[in-house]
Ligand binder design. Structure first.
Ligand SMILES: NC(=O)c1ccc[n+]([C@@H]2O[C@H](COP(=O)([O-])OP(=O)(O)OC[C@H]3O[C@@H](n4cnc5c(N)ncnc54)[C@H](OP(=O)(O)O)[C@@H]3O)[C@@H](O)[C@H]2O)c1
Length: 299
């Protein structure tokens, strides 16, 4: 039997929000990692990592695969079939809490995240599989509110009482590493959230505490918030879907799942800690063009 640390793990989306901490965790456990990036020369991953562009050769010698739906689009089934032909035995797929909701209530589909199809492809792949059904990432607050907070102390957003439990990306990466290396999560779809639901107002207060200045929440109509996101680069469909999703959590507070704590054997990391670690992303002294992109180096 091959020890897991001797198997090569292929990480798609390796330069992403979860991919980077996952690569670090795997390396720390002595695992050999091949990372996929469309721009390997700009990936900025540790030297030990074999960074490759997407292509047929990437599967050679791979035993386990981390599947990021954003990185594979609608090709997850072919991707996994090819991985299996090359000898892979396991896939851990990122998925989402809302994967069984009506497709029009899944705004991430507008940007090409086919979480449902990816999860189905993993289950049907013939590989050992695990699908990580995660909720809202804490780091989304940077793309959602970062520009406003860097520019001033007022955050305009609808639904101040809408609440959900932001998931620290490091917790998600740690669960992914467990699913890749251990056997206890095989055949499961764990639901992953942060440890506590916070209203938007509470999240903004926590960011203000971390940033060292009080922030003020100003409720605005949903249409104004949508337009603000479009000005920041969201597509109209994604902005509408994202705000509509927040509207739904206004009526029904976000789920708090116990599974991160059950899997990791410790409570999930709280949003206050996340905000303290990311205070620099909201620093008004930093000009917008110089802000470190939490998704990695600038493209
Ligand atoms: N954000 C959330 O709250 C949340 C919650 C639940 C589920 N999810 C799901 O998690 C998945 C990952 O989302 P994320 O925000 O974490 O992604 P991400 O980390 O920003 O993106 C992952 C990586 O995929 C690659 N990539 C991006 N766009 C691509 C494209 N069009 N074609 C090929 N590769 C592309 C990029 O790597 P290179 O540029 O190096 O190629 C990027 O670093 C998505 O399916 C999302 O729906 C997200």
């Amino acid at each position: 039997m091959i020890r897991h640390t001797e198997e090569l793990v292929l990480v798609t989306g390796a330069t992403g929000l979860v991919g980077r901490p996952l690569v670090d965790l795997l390396l720390a456990q002595g695992v050999r990692v091949r990372a996929v990036s469309r721009r390997p020369e700009e990936a900025g991953l540790p030297d030990k990592v074999d960074v490759v562009a997407p292509g047929a050769g990437m599967f050679e010698g791979v035993g386990r695969v981390f599947l990021n739906p954003r990185a594979v689009g609608l090709e997850a089934a072919e991707f996994l079939a090819e991985a299996r032909r090359a000898g892979a035995a396991r896939v851990v797929a990122m998925s989402a809490l809302n994967v069984d909701h009506p497709l029009e209530q899944q705004p991430s589909r507008q940007r090409g995240d086919f979480n449902k199809e990816s999860e189905q492809a993993a289950v049907a792949s013939g590989l050992d599989w695990c699908a990580l059904r995660s909720g809202y990432y804490a780091v989304n607050t940077v793309s959602q509110w970062g520009a406003q907070i860097r520019a001033g102390d007022v955050v305009r957003s609808p639904f101040p009482e809408a609440a959900w439990a932001p998931l620290h990306e490091r917790d998600l990466a740690e669960v992914a590493a467990r699913a890749l290396l251990g056997d206890e999560l095989l055949g499961r779809r764990p639901v992953l959230t942060g440890p506590r639901a916070l209203t938007q107002q509470e999240m903004i207060e926590a960011i203000g505490t971390a940033a060292g200045r009080p922030l003020r929440y100003q409720a605005v109509p949903a249409e104004a918030a949508e337009q603000g996101l479009v000005r920041q680069g969201f597509s109209e469909g994604a902005a509408r879907g994202f705000i509509a999703m927040q509207g739904l959590s206004y009526l029904q507070p976000g789920l708090v799942s116990p599974e991160v704590e059950e899997i990791l054997g410790r409570p999930g990391l709280g949003f206050e800690q996340w905000a303290a670690e990311h205070a620099a992303d909201f620093d008004r002294a930093i000009p917008a063009h110089a802000v470190r992109d939490p998704r990695g180096p600038k493209r």
